[in-house]
Design a protein around this ligand. Structure first.
Ligand SMILES: Cc1cc2nc3c(=O)[nH]c(=O)nc-3n(C[C@H](O)[C@H](O)[C@H](O)COP(=O)(O)OP(=O)(O)OC[C@H]3O[C@@H](n4cnc5c(N)ncnc54)[C@H](O)[C@@H]3O)c2cc1C
Length: 494
């Protein structure tokens, strides 16, 4: 068994999970039950935070090269602009989202994984497993029907919304799942007022609608089914999409030449736990969101980046292995919960029916988005850079008297700077000027810390930054020994 990890599912999340573990030297196998890659263009966006995290393993340039940049989001009520969020003000190297159909994203991630020496085993299905304190015994079914028994240290279910791993574990949603109904239409738009590098959301009492640019001159319309009734899963008539466009949009636009028309239901849920012993869930297997915020794929990729480095430390026998692995659920579940709450609030605000409330909503929206801090906060939420792990059990002690980001918060990187967690070992970065205490740290923990110091965010303090770019611990420069106490938890017990 050794220290191998089995990943079930080669969607975007499984592919990133495998690449993250592999570049850190963990033997992985990725099995995918479908013989051929999925060609549906489900998710279209890679948000800023996802680009930052994928840059650590080197996948981001190819994704940017293949996609188009999206630089702003607009919120309308009919013809009235309520707010415009420009991503240019985000504190990141990537002040945009990348527009790239999911099939292309997956192809690039799979090629990236192949360069790391791992080929996806297609047509191979995870058909069952049992786990114990020391590992997982997995049954795989090959295309010729042959069964293979495999022993691995960990199993990660990246097997999507219908996850067999989740069902076998019997983990249920933290809150009652919420079912919602949606239309997607990839169409050409005649008399189109929309820019090709921005996206548009329309708030309307009949339901929510977004219009997003797509490669090839198309636009994607995503719309909630709304209150009118008559919803049926499958292929809706184009006339239904046209009705929605007329009702909720600015008017005068005609949808023609559909490339894809789809009516579907989403069972929105967020599991109570993403872990049971040596089995983990990531991506849609752990949480499913409605398509309004275009967050599902991005959230899943960020799950993988959160879990991978922790698994490496657990495999190495870190003193705090159990806490580290438990922190995966605690951190990511809270973020998924926040996304659900944000989308719920947005949907509520978008669809109020009372004209007085609509007037108040538009006025408040104008005021909020008219102010730079409001615009910035909203842009940082959409692009996911404001996600943080404020209540994580692996956070060092907070000290709000100190400047800069606190434990659990993301550290923004300067353009061109080597990403945190880059390279072939999940090392922590030390942001500090040299001092006797800081030098002692470097001598004590050479394999846990990056070789070089990085510039501090303030000369008074030392920041220890996790391999996924969040503050682990911080102290005053003269108290750098506090950081040593923190790092001891990551040393081997073996
Ligand atoms: C119509 C639609 C539109 C969407 N639009 C957006 C959007 O705009 N933005 C966004 O971020 N998200 C969007 N999403 C969500 C996004 O597509 C998902 O969040 C994303 O695909 C999740 O990735 P995943 O790897 O977790 O799961 P999946 O992509 O579902 O991949 C799971 C993989 O596991 C495989 N598998 C399943 N069971 C087994 C097994 N037993 N053994 C081996 N392999 C198995 C499956 O074949 C599949 O390839 C949309 C989803 C839908 C349905």
């Amino acid at each position: 068994m050794g220290d191998s990890v089995l990943i079930a599912g080669a969607g975007p999340v499984g592919l990133v999970m495998a690449a993250e573990l592999r570049r850190y030297g963990v033997p992985v196998r990725v099995v995918e039950k479908e013989p051929k890659a999925d060609e549906q263009s489900r998710a279209l966006f890679l948000w800023t935070r996802t680009l930052e995290l994928l840059a650590r393993g080197g996948a981001t340039p190819a994704l940017i090269e293949a996609g188009e940049k999206l630089t702003a989001s607009n919120i309308y009520s009919g013809k009235t602009l309520i707010g415009r969020l420009d991503f240019i003000g985000i504190d990141s190297e990537y002040r945009y989202a990348v527009l790239l159909p999911q099939a292309r994203t997956e192809a690039i991630l799979e090629a990236h994984l192949a360069k790391l020496g791992v080929d996806v085993e297609r047509g191979v299905e995870l058909s069952g497993f049992t786990s114990d304190d020391h590992g997982v015994t997995v049954t795989l079914t090959h295309p010729n029907g042959k069964a293979e028994a495999l022993r691995a240290a960990y199993l990660i279910g990246c097997d999507g919304g219908g996850s067999i791993v989740r069902q076998s574990l019997g983990i249920t949603s933290a809150a009652a799942p919420h079912r919602s109904a949606w239309y997607i239409a990839d169409v050409e738009l005649q008399n189109c007022p929309f820019a090709r590098n921005e996206f548009y959301s329309f708030w309307h009492e009949g339901g929510f609608m977004s219009v997003l640019p797509m490669p090839g001159g198309l636009f994607r319309i995503i719309a909630s089914a709304g209150r009118k009734g008559g919803f049926a899963p499958g292929t809706p008539p184009l006339s239904r999409i046209q009705d929605i466009l007329d009702e909720r949009g600015p008017g005068g636009i005609t949808a023609v030449n559909p490339a894809w028309l789809y009516a579907f239901q989403v069972q929105e849920q967020n599991l109570a736990s993403y872990r049971k012993g040596r089995v983990f869930l990531a991506g849609d297997a752990a949480h499913v969101h409605n398509p309004v915020g275009a967050q599902g794929l991005n959230m899943g990729i960020q799950d993988a980046c959160n879990l991978a480095w922790k698994l490496v430390y657990a495999l190495r026998g870190a003193a705090n292995a159990e806490l580290l692995l438990d922190s995966y659920t605690i951190e990511r579940q809270a973020v998924a919960e926040r996304v659900v709450a944000n989308l719920g609030r947005a949907a509520q605000a978008a669809t109020v029916r009372n004209p007085t409330l609509q007037f108040a909503r538009n006025l408040l929206g104008n005021i909020y988005f008219g102010l730079a801090p409001g615009r910035r906060q909203a842009a940082e939420t959409i692009t996911e850079v404001s996600f943080s792990y404020d209540h994580s059990p692996i956070n060092g002690i907070e000290d709000h008297a100190l400047p800069g980001p606190q434990p659990g918060q993301r550290v923004a990187q300067k353009p061109g700077e080597t990403p945190f967690g880059a390279g072939n070992a999940p090392r922590f970065a030390l942001l500090a000027d040299p001092s006797p205490g800081v030098n002692r740290l470097r001598e004590q923990f050479p394999s846990l810390l990056e070789d070089e110091l990085r510039p501090p965010l303030s000369p008074r303090c030392v920041w220890l930054v996790r391999p996924d770019g969040y503050v682990a611990a911080m102290s005053l420069r003269e108290d750098a020994d506090l950081i040593a106490e923190y790092l001891r938890a990551y040393t081997s017990q073996l």
